[in-house]
Design a protein around this ligand. Structure first.
Ligand code: ACO
Length: 310
């Protein structure tokens, strides 16, 4: 028996901030941002719109799409590095808001790889028979930890949320293989500095990400007993189009077989892979029975990947 995703949802804030908008407040250009990152716009949450509000909306959509009730959920895992506060956790806040009174709840901190850490943790609890339904949320309000004067980082990120319900699926479907990893020696390359703002060595993160995304994607395909030729679709963490392209090339996939939502949303960290999944399903890019690879990396450094039969 495999665990798989039986429902999915997303929420992005209404406010769109384009590259042209950033040109007005930073020494940057639409051309630089587009060619270096693939980003054209991002969503930014309102001041009074919290991480927990976005998480709740995405969770509600996932619950509806799974056709279950909140009371059936046994565990809530919220991947975020921008919780409303250290505690109570976002997981506990949305447990109350959803009325998921039978669920245990905790946050997971693995930066942009958070959704993968959540999904893979959920898989263990479902396959061990501990819980029938696990709610996984990836959510970030990165706008509150961005130094809006720092052009090196301010242009890259956006806010948003995605959620998935993980449960038993029929044989041969769901999550077929996974890989998780971490390298604390690279923690210094991407962190919150003393101002509590994102600080990044872009070059080092880029090098790590290009290598790790390709390697992890290949590893999970092999672990599932497949070749790269069998892969129908790739959803990489939406951090930078050039990093994503490197992973796609490693799998030898044509352009149309890779998810690309970064131009609309920027890097939404833990939310990005789930947001892509929702949009790609809506756009008909993923078909029933497709073999999909999800792969993410993030600050920590952390990474995670799965092969999934949809
Ligand atoms: N607009 C204009 N110029 C800029 C901007 C900007 N927004 N940002 C940097 N520059 C300048 C730099 O100052 C530099 O100028 P200099 O040569 O005079 O010093 C020049 O552009 C080139 O900078 P590079 O660092 O060489 O640019 P690069 O091609 O490496 O692209 C980037 C930078 C986009 C940040 C890239 O390194 C990258 O994507 N790295 C990975 C970042 C990432 O994915 N971070 C998120 C990780 S996920 C997570 O866990 C949060």
């Amino acid at each position: 028996m495999n665990a798989g995703i039986i429902g999915i949802g997303k929420y992005v804030p209404e406010k769109v901030v384009t590259n042209e908008d950033l040109e007005k407040i930073l020494d940057t250009s639409d051309e630089w941002i587009r060619t270096r990152t693939g980003i054209e716009a991002r969503r930014i949450a309102a001041d009074n719109e919290n991480t927990s509000d976005m998480a709740y909306k995405a969770a509600l959509a996932a619950i509806e799409s799974a056709g279950i009730t909140a009371e059936q959920i046994g565990l809530i895992l919220v991947a975020t590095v921008t919780p409303d506060q250290a505690f109570p956790t976002v997981a506990c806040q949305i447990q109350e808001a959803l009325g998921a009174k039978n669920a245990a709840a905790m946050d997971i901190s693995a930066a942009c790889a958070g959704f993968m850490y959540g999904l893979i943790t959920a898989k263990q609890f479902v396959e061990s028979g501990s819980y029938d339904y696990v709610l996984v949320v990836g959510v970030e309000k990165l706008s509150k930890i961005i130094d809006w004067q720092d052009r090196n980082t301010a242009v890259l990120f956006g806010d948003g949320a995605s959620a998935a319900i993980v449960s038993k699926v029929s044989e041969g479907r769901g999550i077929l293989s996974f890989e998780l990893g971490a390298d604390g020696t690279g923690g210094k390359y991407l962190c919150l500095d003393e101002r509590k703002a994102i600080a990044m060595n872009g070059r080092e993160v880029f090098k790590f990400a290009v290598r790790q995304m390709g390697e992890s994607a290949m590893n999970v395909v092999e672990k599932a007993g497949y070749n790269k030729e069998d892969v129908d679709y790739l959803i990489p963490h939406q951090a930078n189009i050039r990093i994503m392209e490197a992973a796609r090339e490693r799998l030898g996939l044509p352009e149309e077989k890779m998810s690309k939502t970064i131009h609309k949303y920027g890097n939404t960290s833990a939310a990005s892979i789930g947001i892509s999944l929702v949009d790609d399903l809506e756009d008909g890019k993923i078909k029933d029975g497709d073999l999909i690879v999800l792969v993410g990396f993030g600050g920590g450094l952390t990474w995670g990947a799965v092969t999934l039969r949809w």
